[in-house]
Design a protein around this ligand. Sequence first.
Ligand code: NAD
Length: 492
Amino acid sequence: MQLNNYIGGTWQEAGGADYTAVLNPANGTELAQVRLSTKEDVSLAVKSAKEAQKKWALVPAPKRADFLYEIGRLMKEKKEHLSQVLTKEMGKVIEEARGEVQEGIDMAFYMAGEGRRMFGETVPSELQDKFAMSVRAPIGVVGLITPWNFPVAIATWKSFPAIVAGNTFIWKPATETPMMAYEMALIFEEAGLPAGVANIVFGSGAEVGTAMIEHPDVRVISFTGSTETGRHVAETGGRHLKKVSLEMGGKNAVIVMDDADIELAVEGILWSAFGTAGQRCTACSRVIVHTDVKEELEQKLVEAMKVLSIGDGMDESVKIGPVINQKALDKIHGYVGIGKDEGAKLLAGGHILTDGKLVDGHYYEPTLFTDVKWDSRLAQEEIFGPVVSLIEVSSLDEAIEVNNSVKFGLSSSIFSRDVNKVFRAQRDLDTGIVYVNAGTTGAEIHLPFGGTKGTGNGHRDSGVAALDVFTEWKSIYIDFSGKLQRAQIDTD
Ligand code: NAD
């Protein structure tokens, strides 16, 4: 199977000479071939998007929303198929893949609703017989660059608000996960989205991503990926005066206080640390634990980790699937080596798994370190795999300080039954998302998603906040006095 670009409502073979194979991380089977696109392919896509946008912007927003309702309906109808493609292509277990597709469906219906809201403001004018209001205006052609770990959900967080707000887009999915983008293109086509509104160009970040950022007709870049790439995107976008929205890495912590429900904390840590094999931007990779419950938590975590089944995510009984590729496996194992060298104590895991059916895939054992120093590399850098570091603290203040010590600020959580501690924590934890008595994952699409510090640059995906990325505020003054009225001067 060869995947072609979707440009101007037609399927077009990319112009590059190179191909890349999409491999199932669970067993190495080849799923598809993708021909890599060039700068010229990006230009074609931008041309078609620019042409389409003129008409699309004039379609009333409730009518644009009707396409999203249809896209959501089709995603719902094909939910199981989409989930299975997702698991095969990216590796997350099928139950989680279904959850991710559901997130996209939720986003479709939620953003479709925005077609009948998209509120602006009307304010009283300071002058007589003058009317003042603000409206959200579409921006034009927007560029979407997405990572492989949430190949559907993140694309919907970006493309659906772009669509309902009257923009057209070019989407470059991660090279590891083009199949989900192909599936979404089929849905856009079946939903009858006008040609040129959605354009999908497959290819590398260096070639296609850069061409999108540098193209003068692409007005916005909405990027999700690593902080390293995001910085490069922001630098390049900045030189071209682009509006750049960045959602980047995380180093998220669960705080377990001395009054916590420990069983519940164990469940929350397992789910948020090892779900998607630790490859979520919101994955818990640090546990900040109060001295009085440290030993109990360690014992219970180690016990619970023993029963986590590892294997091909298509098997309904499996809890932890593979990591994306060999490079990721090597990086994770490298960090386990760093942890040992730094003097952290390995309590569980720490191995690449190759036994039996796992031999052709990329599997890493769920891993737990304790006695980790808060400022060590293990505790400070994003590993993006199933590795958790326990850090001991003796007070809530210290826990918050340790939580905030990293350069990232995406998600944090606290387990405590003391309402005073909980309220102080939700105020003082310097992250874009805070959970109480739940792990660090579990965002719902109708609230803003994003982080502080090295995780973002102040923009948000999801929720109404996503519309801020894909619209410009336009302020409109209508003077019906029939005479010149000077603001701030003719006010008496
Ligand atoms: P990545 O930075 O390697 O790639 C992300 C996207 O950027 C891909 O489509 C890639 O092809 C593209 N890209 C690479 N080089 C580029 C360049 N020079 N110019 C333009 N585009 C370029 O990230 P990844 O490995 O795909 O994803 C994992 C990372 O994403 C982790 O750091 C994770 O925390 C982060 N992430 C963040 C969020 C969030 O919302 N904050 C969500 C999911 C993942």
